[in-house]
Design a binder for this molecule. Structure first.
Ligand code: FAD
Length: 307
């Protein structure tokens, strides 16, 4: 019930000002975000990589300013150099939102985003690690997959994200299930219309399992991004049926969510990757996390009332 208004608020400037200025917000943001700067985030990454893998997201999205897009590329380049320097690149990669590197710029946005993503790929390659393209709302999927195809010509290890709630995604899973392909399958975090997406949780879960079946049976490397214990168990069963070893796929969860389960899976010998966001532009990311779980919103609301 709260999901739609919260996801609408995630794109509202007025709500953003209100939430950002509320002093108690910071405490809850810290649960999901590893710091405002790379220097704050990296010690947490070093700690996580003792038993897990990491993908780092320099927060930011929907930029319509070319200088801001370039600043994001520079931030990733600096981050990747630091990962290499600190010996973390073997266990930590980066996740990039194309809308943060220029996809929505009014003139030539797609080409600028491709060029910028290419620069990040070069920095990732120099550091000895990889990059995955996050997936945003459904209007961006064709453009993102087209940029992915172009990037993979020179950087075949670039990963993609597919969202099981979209009707089109089973077909996209088939297209991206070939050798060398790295696909993060998630349920999907945006408020999509019924014309393009399943709206009912049970339908989304069924679609997620259908996507898992395609990816696990394929020749690529499935990245199972879900905190849902049922999806985690089903993914493991499907991997075993497909003859995959624990190194032939991975689980992924978000920083600050189900940490005990992350530790448990890693201790069992599963590959467990944590998505670690950092930076000042936390608003959209934070609101999507509130929308995913009413309890998060209730906790936030209670802290506002009792402060
Ligand atoms: P759900 O059915 O939503 O949740 C299952 C259980 O997980 C809940 O009962 C609860 O115990 C726990 N849980 C789930 N969410 C939260 C939360 N916010 N706070 C606390 N507990 C929670 N979406 C995109 O659209 N594009 C992306 O590129 C993308 N990348 C992602 C990368 C990773 C590594 C992960 C884990 C998710 C990503 N997502 C992305 C978000 C994803 O689409 C879902 O919105 C999110 O993961 C919740 O779905 P779920 O599979 O965990 O299952």
């Amino acid at each position: 019930m709260l999901r739609t208004p919260l996801l609408a608020a995630a794109r509202s400037t007025a709500c953003r000002r209100l939430v950002e200025r509320t002093p108690v917000t910071r405490g809850l943001v810290d649960r999901f975000v590893a710091g405002s700067t790379q220097e704050q985030a990296l010690p947490k990454v070093a700690e996580l990589t003792r038993d897990r893998y990491v993908t780092l997201d320099h927060l930011g999205e929907d930029t319509t300013d070319a200088a801001q897009a370039q600043a994001t590329v520079d931030a990733y380049t600096r981050l990747l150099a630091a990962l290499a320097e600190q010996g973390l690149a073997g266990r930590a990669e980066v996740s990039v939102k194309l809308s943060a590197v220029g996809q929505f710029l009014p003139a030539d946005g797609e080409k600028i985003a491709l060029d910028n993503a290419r620069d990040i790929c070069r920095a990732a390659e120099a550091a000895g690690t990889t990059m995955t393209l996050d997936m945003e709302d459904h209007t961006t999927v064709d453009s993102t997959l087209s940029i992915l195809r172009d990037l993979r010509v020179d950087f075949p290890w670039v990963g993609a994200v597919l969202q099981a709630y979209l009707h089109r995604t089973e077909a996209d899973c088939r297209d991206l299930s070939g050798a060398g392909s790295r696909v993060r399958i998630c349920k999907g975090a945006y408020d999509e219309p019924a014309s393009v997406a399943y709206k009912d949780k049970a339908e989304v879960d069924k679609a997620y399992v259908r996507c898992l079946k395609i990816l696990m049976a394929g020749e690529g490397y499935p990245m199972v991004a879900s905190h849902d214990p049922r999806m985690v168990a089903i993914a493991q069963r499907l991997a075993a049926t497909a003859g995959r070893s624990d190194d032939d796929y991975e689980h992924q969860m978000l920083y600050g969510i189900r940490d005990n389960e992350q530790v448990r899976l890693a201790a069992e010998g599963k590959r467990m990757r944590v998505y670690v966001p950092y930076g000042d532009e936390w608003y959209g990311y934070f609101m999507r996390r509130l929308a995913e779980r009413p309890a998060n919103m209730m906790f936030f609301a209670r802290s506002l009332i009792t402060r």
